[in-house]
Design a protein around this ligand. Structure first.
Ligand code: AKG
Length: 342
């Protein structure tokens, strides 16, 4: 695995993305970049129970469908899980989205966000790998803001599927010049729950409400419509997937409907995804969008995403410029000036 330095997407790449709403690129990240992400994800998993942002959706699904006990999330307080449980139970169409695994086995569907804020390795890959250039070419963007990272891990013997959904309604943005880059950190295929995409769904003329991943139940505050029940009739849709290795990346359009299986296999399926927005995207405090962790901006609807919360990662001011270094230097300066004024 070599990773890419200078990047030029082929006409076929651009055509596939425009037609399918998803593109798999081989060897886009180097072995070192994959290792940086793996280390970050392993740290996030080790903090499960004590972090305020990391959740095990496998355990939550068990509690939602299993009994009447309170949903236990350790220190994680980003979501009101009791409210989500009530929403799921009140939804006449909800049902467990779980695979069968070996008896007595308990897996882990780990979910966390915003590692870039505390993990330099994640910043290095998100800002300074080949990804910003690749994405700017795909989106024909004059500049690119980094929106956020999300971690999705399915340990061996995880039952829980990731309900099919469309990402746009989860984000506080207006406009669809935005992609999600899904990066496998283990070999991934259908047997261990690689992501699956409804080909061409980015051209469907609808925005679908966010769901809660363990069920197709839409978030109640969203004004958008319910995502079609892809799981019930997957054969009626053109659902595609890619067998991928660490270093490969799968880039999907923010409107592309996608989901994932559980992981009934004996192999891990760790993955992180990065979200990037182009220059045409504007801030929009969308009803039902999932609140972001750590944001401090005071952007108003219609504003460009110019804020330290959404670093501009493309173009680079000169070749070899390291955005992660500039970011760290800025943080140091801020800390220094806070200390000197204290
Ligand atoms: O990895 C998964 O299970 C789901 C990934 C996903 O939905 C995303 O990256 O937007």
């Amino acid at each position: 695995m070599t990773g890419r330095n200078a990047v030029c997407l082929t006409v076929a790449d651009r055509h596939a993305f425009a037609e399918d709403g998803v593109l798999c690129l081989r060897n886009a990240l180097s072995a070192n970049e994959v290792d940086l992400l793996r280390a970050a994800v392993d740290r996030q998993i080790a903090s499960l129970g004590s972090s305020s942002t990391g959740y095990d959706f496998e355990a939550i699904a068990h509690q939602v469908w299993g009994g009447d006990s309170m949903v236990e999330t350790g220190s994680a307080d980003r979501f009101d899980m009791e409210r989500l449980k009530d929403m799921i139970r009140a939804d006449p169409f909800s049902r467990p989205l779980q695979e069968t695994v070996g008896t007595g086995q308990t897996g882990l569907f780990f979910y966390d966000v915003a590692a870039w804020r505390h993990d330099r390795g994640v910043r290095q890959v998100a800002f300074d790998s080949a990804l910003p250039q690749i994405v700017s070419q795909l989106l024909e963007a004059r500049y690119l803001n980094f929106w956020e990272d999300t971690t999705f891990v399915k340990a061996p013997q995880t039952r829980q599927r990731t309900a099919f959904h469309q990402d746009l309604s989860y984000f506080q943005i207006e406009g669809d010049q935005c992609v999600v880059v899904w990066m496998p950190l283990d070999p991934a295929d259908l047997a261990n729950g690689v992501t699956q995409y409804v080909r061409g769904s980015h051209r469907w003329d609808e925005i679908f409400a966010p769901n809660v991943f363990v069920s197709q139940t839409p978030i109640a505050t969203s004004a958008d419509s319910r995502c079609p029940d892809i799981e019930a009739a997957q054969e009626r849709y053109d659902v595609i997937s890619f067998d991928v290795m660490p270093g490969d990346v799968i880039i999907h359009h923010v409107r592309t409907v996608h989901g994932a299986g559980g992981n009934p296999s004996d192999r891990w399926r760790r993955a992180m995804s990065f979200r990037y927005c182009g220059d045409k995207v504007r801030y929009f405090d969308r009803p039902g969008a999932i609140s972001q962790v750590g944001v401090a901006h005071d952007l108003k609807n219609g504003d460009r995403l110019f804020s330290a919360d959404y670093p501009v990662v493309w173009p680079r001011p000169w070749p070899g410029f390291r955005m992660a270094d500039a970011f760290d230097a800025q943080i140091c300066l801020q800390k220094g000036s806070q200390a000197s004024t204290a």
